[in-house]
Design a protein around this ligand. Structure first.
Ligand SMILES: Nc1ncnc2c1ncn2[C@@H]1O[C@H](COP(=O)(O)OP(=O)(O)OP(=O)(O)O)[C@@H](O)[C@H]1O
Length: 586
């Protein structure tokens, strides 16, 4: 039932291209009909030439042979061209549509998938659909038309012959392949899963190569890959066995059909029910019909692969996004005197199964103020900051931007107001220039230079032989940690958004680099409403307010001086970091 529904959904994707599909079907019929015409008429001519005294009487069959001889290659070529065109256009469209569906799922839902698995779905699974679109849809319709056509021709000579021929065609074209398809369906699904796991193993192995080498685990990773390969080969062997079996059965049915029909026809000829001159014609016609249903017979067992791939793709497109777009969105807010945020009694849980990680967060953040979120690891700093860009929505309570619920703005509008720098801002394997332009396409070189100066990266860029056109490697691997962070800051400066989220920006840096970067951050925060999540209590005196989070609650709030005076959790964390007390004393 599920397979039928998937098939129906996959077929509905063809609707926008229905006229091209129809044309491919017409061309397919023409190709097969001309093949049948060529073979059938050739057989008839040979038999008839012996008994027909004047060649002129054979003018029509001769014309048919000449016409079909030319029509066959032309229609074959046009049909192939068109089918491939339709299929690969559709696959490209599906791939983009699935990819676009990934974006609203990020980051919440995507965490449940592995990168290799997503890669496999977008590349290999989409490719699997070609079995359906290229080799099943049009060939199926063509095969049905051919069956009807064959039946009609045989019926002219004898209804008995017609029904027997049709029965054999149905068994060869549909019965055998559907039987094999039932056997291969679960294998096809397993094959896709194993291929995805294989890709994931390779992607993970490459991403974690340094740690694998450091821990001497590279052998284990190759063993894992070898095990997956072995499992995959086993499945592929079984699939090859079944496909071979299917081809053998098809040939067997075809031979049985040929002999049965020939014997029947000879009996009918001997009883004068059929003119003997048509015997060769009928024999070649049945051979041509079997040849016509053969592509479908070969493709049908692979239908299981397409259905399994379709199910895996629909699992992505059907997943509900972590956050929804508003039904009636408010226009993008424009506030000349800045943007304030207010968290109204917010509770948050990552999923219904998990407990709340934020409890009753109730705080207003004035426009253009700098607020630090500090607290022990896991206290909820990043989670709270991420609510601002609606990576997730609050489970209870409301987050307002200048008094309006953030859920009432288009996601794009809301996010365009926020600049984000995290400890692992993603840098693309591209030039410095293009990594910056991500924040504002079309920015001039002067704009780029200005933000590089502010981010104190201009001198570094000047030392590079290719300047802004230098490739920075995958994830900015050719840059040091400090340079990567400065580039991320320059990017945020270029975006020039009025709200800023800084999440552990200095976490991976040495004290000297951290110190230098704090000045850069200072200029970035200038005039922007800033949430600065950090567990490092440095430069806290530059903050207007500090919120100390503990187990998802605001445990303390105030300025650096007020919190130190209070002698609470903040003081403990501060003393611990500055080696004033030891961990045991806290
Ligand atoms: N995607 C997620 N799914 C489920 N739980 C999560 C997820 N991300 C974080 N958590 C949990 O939420 C809690 C708060 O995590 P969060 O990352 O916000 O803390 P943090 O204060 O920023 O920590 P750190 O300083 O270590 O970055 C933790 O218990 C963490 O395990």
């Amino acid at each position: 039932m599920k397979a039928l529904k998937t098939l129906q959904r996959l077929l509905s994707l063809l609707l926008p291209l229905r006229w091209l599909v129809l044309l491919a079907i017409v061309l397919g019929c023409l190709m097969i009909a001309s093949n049948m015409g060529l073979l059938g008429m050739a057989a008839y001519l040979i038999a008839a030439a012996a008994i027909v005294p004047f060649l002129a009487l054979l003018a029509l069959p001769i014309t048919i042979v000449r016409f079909t001889g030319v029509a066959r290659p032309i229609s074959r070529y046009a049909e192939r061209l068109l089918s491939h065109n339709v299929t690969f256009r559709l696959l490209a469209r599906i791939r983009v549509q699935v990819y676009q569906r990934l974006e609203p799922l990020a980051p919440g839902h995507l965490l449940t998938y592995r990168s290799g698995d997503i890669l496999a779905r977008l590349v290999a699974d989409v490719d699997e659909l070609q079995h359906l679109y290229l080799r099943v849809v049009a060939p199926f319709v063509v095969a049905i038309i051919i069956c009807i056509f064959t039946w009609a021709i045989f019926a002219i000579f004898s209804p008995l012959l017609a029904w027997v021929a049709l029965a054999f065609l149905i068994v060869a074209g549909l019965g055998v392949p559907l039987l094999i398809s039932r056997l291969t369906r679960h294998l096809g699904k397993r094959q896709l899963e194993l291929r995805a796991a294989q890709k994931d193993c390779i992607v993970e192995g490459l991403q974690g190569i340094q740690d694998l080498l450091a821990y001497g685990q590279e052998q284990q990773q190759s063993q894992k890959l070898a095990q997956l390969d072995a499992a995959l080969s086993k499945i592929e062997r079984r699939l090859a066995l079944l496909t071979g079996l299917q081809e053998g059965l098809h040939d067997l049915v075809m031979h049985l059909a040929l002999w049965t029909l020939l014997v029947l026809a000879i009996v009918l000829v001997s009883t004068q029910a059929i003119n003997g001159v048509y015997l060769g014609f009928l024999a070649l016609l049945i051979l041509a019909s079997f040849e016509a249903v053969q592509p479908l017979a070969q493709a049908l067992p692979m239908l299981g692969h397409s259905l399994a791939a379709g199910e895996r793709l629909f699992a992505i497109t059907d997943a509900s996004p972590a956050v929804e777009e508003p039904v009636e969105p408010r226009p993008r807010p424009i506030a000349s005197d800045g943007y304030g945020l207010s968290f109204d009694h917010i509770d948050f849980a990552y999923s219904a199964d998990d407990g709340d990680v934020l409890h009753d967060i109730h705080v207003a953040i004035r426009s253009r103020s700098r607020v630090a979120l500090v607290g022990p690891s896991g206290s909820g700093k990043s989670t709270l900051a991420q609510l601002v860009v609606r990576s997730w929505d609050a489970t209870r309570g409301m987050l307002r931007l200048n008094g309006e619920d953030v859920r009432n703005y288009r996601l794009h509008d809301l996010r365009s107001l926020v600049g984000v720098v995290t400890q692992d801002t993603y840098l693309f394997n591209d030039t410095l220039r293009n990594n910056l332009l991500l924040a504002r396409a079309g920015a001039s070189d002067d704009d780029l230079r200005a933000v590089l100066v502010q981010a104190q990266l201009d001198e570094f860029v000047r030392t590079l032989p290719r300047g802004l056109d230098t490739w920075i490697g995958e994830q900015g691997l050719r840059l040091s940690g400090g340079e990567r962070q400065r580039l991320a800051i320059a990017r945020a400066l270029l975006k020039d958004a009025p709200i800023l989220l800084l999440d552990e920006v200095t976490a991976n840096l040495d004290p000297l680099t951290e110190h230098a970067l704090l000045d850069v951050l200072d200029s970035l925060m200038q005039g922007r409403t800033t949430l600065f999540a950090t567990h490092r209590l440095v430069a806290m005196e530059r903050m207007d307010e500090i919120l100390v989070l503990h187990e998802g609650r605001i445990a303390e709030r105030g300025t650096h001086a007020q919190l130190l005076q209070r002698n609470g959790l903040y003081r403990q964390l501060f003393d611990l970091q500055n080696n004033i007390v030891t961990f045991a004393e806290v």
